[in-house]
Design a protein. Structure first.
Length: 232
């Protein structure tokens, strides 16, 4: 039996999904509320992790240990790092990595976690395909892309920092939780995918664009995830 863990960093990213689900129970752990029940007849646990990589990783571990989820979907917003991916588009992760991990002085690649034996954390191919197909069906007017997600404990709103991330990682978008969710899911052997609606361009305009486009972006992501539950 599949049980899907659905993580959003902020309440805005999960409130639509929680309103649609049939609730069984709410479990409080580590200052998070885990909403367990069904969404479109699929068993789910929906949770707001809080912002940042530590919150995100803790959330995955609780989903693994307490709820024994079989799959993890991370939904939310991100800043675009690709000129062809515009505000309102959706990115489905091929993989994820930590852009603020730097142990290069010891010979590791930028973003590589020391002694882990890998640079990136690949998303599950079946979940990737399902997310892309579901987006095309649920949001036919929205462009969907697949690509790399990079994460760090910082909101990117500087053109020079943006260009550095593009140069180092060839990523599609940047945000603050996905790589930790991917990292923790990988260590636990749980298939995952990250779904990101683009709310800004991760440059000097980000602080203006983000609050304007955030709500629609999260709603588009929620619509996609709810549709996935019908087909997973």
């Amino acid at each position: 039996m599949k049980k899907i863990g659905i993580i959003g960093a902020m309440e805005l990213e999960v409130e639509t999904l929680k309103a649609q689900m049939q609730m069984k129970q709410i479990v409080k752990k580590a200052s998070m509320e885990f909403h367990e029940g069904t969404l479109n007849r699929q068993e789910v646990v929906i949770v707001r992790s809080g912002v940042g990589k530590v919150n995100a990783a803790m959330c995955v571990q609780i989903l693994a240990d307490l709820f024994h989820v079989t799959h993890i979907i991370n939904t939310g917003v991100a800043g675009s790092l690709d000129a062809s991916i515009d505000i309102g588009d959706i990115v489905v992760s091929t993989d994820a990595l930590h852009h603020d991990m730097d142990a290069t002085i010891f010979g590791y690649q930028p973003g590589e976690v020391p002694q882990l034996g890998r640079l990136e954390f690949p998303a599950d191919p079946a979940l990737m395909d399902l997310a892309k197909t579901s987006c095309q069906e649920a949001n036919p007017d929205i462009h969907v892309f697949t690509g790399r997600v990079v994460s760090g404990d910082q909101f990117i709103s500087n053109a020079a920092v943006k260009e550095k991330l593009i140069s180092l990682f060839s990523a599609s978008c940047t945000e603050m939780e996905g790589a930790s969710i991917a990292h923790a899911a990988t260590l636990n052997g749980i298939p995952f995918v990250i779904i990101r609606a683009i709310s800004d361009k991760a440059d000097h305009s980000a602080e203006v664009d983000y609050p304007v486009f955030e709500q629609k972006a999260t709603q588009d992501c929620a619509k996609l995830v709810a549709h996935m539950m019908k087909k997973i």
